[in-house]
Design a binder for this molecule. Structure first.
Ligand code: FAD
Length: 253
């Protein structure tokens, strides 16, 4: 494999959230440009082989470093190794960014209410998107919905509060909605598609999906994406194609 298309970066920090979840930051080369919501292709050498995977960027396009949020897949080709990252380790970064989970893909309807619906590490691109001033300027209502199985998997809680504090001045239309599917004591604990079908999500945020105004992004577990898409379509919302429509998705596997 040619290594020309990669630059070799250095790990700057590593933070473990739970046994199966961690984040890390690394150096960002000047040539690496991306739009909030896009993903990078990164990896490490395992023996002689370079193992590369797609990773949504958590940091904002204005940051000087790159941040990523990772699952640990037991025996996963990349993450079994990546979970042991140390400050100073090498990370390979493909020189270009990829992906269409970006807000500029929505042309019609015009921006009004934005729904960012994530499971697990699918939170990553939304953290990047929320660190863009234009988002706060363009949308009257922003709902960040983050579904995990167990409470200890709710990563980035302080960062979410910090982003809100930094960006939402005079913006009263932001709602953060955690869902914990294996905790019956959690205020919301059913799967996202169920919470859409039974109206609980909208009741919780006090706002309704609307084919005339809503921009909706789904990211993470493909089954969640599929079932949530179906629940939204049943409500008259449409997939975004060539700029038109309500729903944009990214599957992680
Ligand atoms: C566009 C895109 C963006 C992605 N962004 C991220 C990201 O920001 N963070 C991240 O952790 N992963 C992300 N992924 C998944 C990532 O590319 C790898 O699949 C993941 O890091 C596991 O790699 P692996 O080689 O260890 O296991 P793989 O052999 O790649 O995966 C093995 C299995 O693990 C499960 N799996 C893979 N990824 C996840 C996940 N994120 N959460 C739960 N189960 C998973 C699936 O069942 C998959 O079949 C993204 C994937 C795509 C396509």
């Amino acid at each position: 494999m040619s290594l020309d298309k990669y630059s070799v970066e250095k790990v700057l920090t590593v933070h473990h959230w739970a046994k199966n979840l961690f984040s890390f930051t690394m150096t960002r080369p000047a040539h690496f440009k991306f739009t909030a919501g896009q993903f990078a292709r990164i990896g490490v050498k395992v023996g002689d082989e370079l193992v590369i995977r797609a990773y949504s960027v958590v940091s904002s396009p204005y940051d000087e470093i790159l941040e990523f949020f990772s699952i640990v897949v037991p025996d996963g080709a990349l993450t079994a190794k990546l979970q042991h990252l140390q400050v100073g380790d090498d990370i390979y970064l493909e020189k270009i960014s990829y992906g269409f989970l970006t807000l500029n893909r929505f042309q019609q309807p015009l921006p009004n209410d934005l729904w960012l619906l994530a499971t697990g590490t699918g939170l990553a691109p939304f953290l990047s998107i929320l660190q863009d001033f234009d988002v706060w300027k363009n949308y009257q209502h922003i709902h960040l919905v983050y579904s995990v199985r167990n409470r200890d998997e709710l990563a980035y809680q302080e960062r979410i509060q910090q982003i809100v504090a930094d960006f939402s001045e005079q913006h009263c239309g932001f709602q953060y909605v955690p869902i914990i599917t294996r905790d019956p004591a959690a205020e919301l604990h059913q799967r996202l598609p169920v919470l859409i079908e039974n109206g609980q999500l909208e009741q919780f945020v006090g706002y309704e999906f609307n084919p005339e105004t809503s921009h909706i992004m789904l990211c993470g577990n493909p089954q969640m994406v599929e079932d949530t898409k179906a629940a939204l379509k049943a409500r008259g919302l449409t997939m975004n194609r060539r700029g038109e429509g309500n729903i944009a998705v990214e599957n992680y596997w």
